[in-house]
Design a protein around this ligand. Structure first.
Ligand code: FCB
Length: 453
């Protein structure tokens, strides 16, 4: 049979995490204060007053967590570096103890045959740089590139896959336009600057990598199909504004050296002109793209909501605990769309997963059938995209562990592994067991009817 779900032998099967969400020990061994540390300690920012002070205590328990990765059978692990552990004040570094932590982790992963995939900036950064103005400040890209460069040298030959930024859209939207993440700004002008400077930081880091790095470097973006609620021209235009803002804002610059036209419509005609040298840096080829996929949006025009004049409708279908519609076909759509619009590079699904209100562990198990279904249906969609030519080389489940879900704190659980945050006990969820079988069977188990896995 030709239509069976089998993935290539060299396909990377991974799970993903990020530093602030799992590490804890935020100030240990000479680390500087990070923006997220400071933000989460401000009353009213995070649900239940949760902070990343302990999180999964991974900074101290990473060896155990590595055993869990082995048990799952992972061939890759995507994690991020806490910038402020290496450059405590954003300028001077590297702090040797911070670097040591990641070098030990990388060496142990390699020894275990698990490919390290490093994200350089997964939202946490030295608070001192945020004081300067964060990504809205023109110096931030160079500070980022200096940190990146130092890491490329320190890990040369030991890490093959680097992503510069994780989801720049979220950094801009939540941090600079909506105010929900640090630095907590609500400024369209700063949001535009931050977006551009993130891209510039990416470009400078890629240039440093070409000069002094080994392996492959890329960018991780989060994509979401924006479906118009009707065929009324207003709804179509509203959907395409949100599509430009979220899906094309960071990729058009890399491929075409320009922002989508809709951005001028959204942010006004008085756009800052950026120097040609910026565009040369931004437009450098990348070696891969990472796609994070969770859901889609159905969009209608809404005159009451500037600057987008668009609103996503409340989801109709099944939703996760985040209120995100479960929409596996969107993963296939996104991958095929990227293959056609931004051709020429391999792709990784760098995040995909779901939060559900899991029951507590009982007799060493966590029954989470809805998460298993989520993985099954999304992995099938991924396979369909690959069968149609999407050049996907790996998949990373979000997340290895239940963790600090940003402003939702510990209330939203995405893990393959359940974490009891009071005792730090880990329990493999049924979905983790399912993922283990997917890996073991190279996808064959995805052909079984639901309930069989
Ligand atoms: C993504 C983030 C990741 C996690 C998941 C649920 O936007 O990259 O850190 O919060 O969503």
């Amino acid at each position: 049979m030709t239509d069976r779900t089998r993935f290539p032998a060299e396909f990377l099967w991974g799970a993903a995490t990020s530093a602030y969400q799992i590490e804890g020990s935020p100030l240990a061994d000479g680390a500087g204060v990070s923006n997220w540390h400071r933000f989460s300690h401000r009353p009213g920012t995070v649900a239940h007053g949760d902070t990343g002070d302990l999180a999964c205590d991974h900074y101290r328990r990473w060896r155990d967590d590595l055993q869990w990765m082995r048990r799952l059978g992972l061939s890759a692990y995507r994690f991020s570096i806490a910038w402020h552990r290496l450059f405590p004040d954003g300028r001077s570094g590297p702090n040797p103890k911070g670097l040591d932590f990641y070098q030990r982790l990388v060496d142990a992963l390699n020894q275990a045959g698990i490919e390290p995939f490093i994200t350089l900036h997964h939202w946490d950064m030295p608070a001192a740089l945020e004081d300067l103005g964060g990504w809205a400040h023109r110096d931030c890209p160079q500070r980022f590139a200096d940190y990146a460069h130092c890491l490329f040298r320190a890990l040369a030959g030991r890490v093959r896959l680097f992503a510069t930024l994780n989801e720049p859209w979220v950094i801009v939207h939540e941090g600079y336009l909506q105010g929900g993440h640090p630095p907590g700004l609500r400024s369209p002008a700063k949001a535009r600057l931050a977006a551009h400077h993130l891209l510039l930081g990416h470009g400078l880091a890629v240039a440093a990598f070409r000069a002094d790095g080994q392996g492959r470097i890329g960018l991780v973006v989060n994509l979401e199909p924006k479906h118009p609620a009707s065929d009324r021209p207003e709804d179509q235009a509203a959907a395409s504004r949100l599509d430009a803002y979220m899906n094309r804002q960071f990729l058009d610059p890399l491929w075409f050296g320009a922002y989508p036209d809709e951005l001028a419509e959204i942010f006004g005609p008085d756009q800052v002109e950026f120097p040609a040298a910026d565009w040369r840096l931004i437009r450098q080829p990348v070696d891969f793209l990472g796609i994070n996929y969770y859901s889609r949006a159905v969009v209608r025009a809404d005159p009451a909501h500037p600057p987008f004049y668009a609103q996503a409708l409340p989801p109709q279908g099944e939703c996760t605990a985040m209120g995100w519609e479960v929409y596996p076909a969107g993963l296939e759509t996104c991958l095929l769309w990227v293959k056609d619009r931004y051709p020429g590079v391999p792709l990784y699904v760098t995040e995909n997963g779901a939060a559900f209100d899991d029951p507590p562990p009982s007799a060493g198990r966590v029954a989470d059938p809805r998460r298993t279904d989520y993985f099954r249906t999304h992995l099938r969609a991924l396979h369909r995209a690959m069968a149609q030519g999407a050049p996907v080389q790996g998949y990373f489940a979000w997340s290895l562990l239940d963790n600090f879900e940003w402003t939702y704190g510990y209330a939203k659980r995405f893990g393959l592994i359940h974490v009891d945050f009071a005792t730090q006990t880990r329990t493999l969820k049924d979905s983790g067991r399912f993922y283990q079988q997917v890996i073991e069977s190279q996808g064959a188990i995805l052909d079984d009817p639901p309930g069989g896995g």
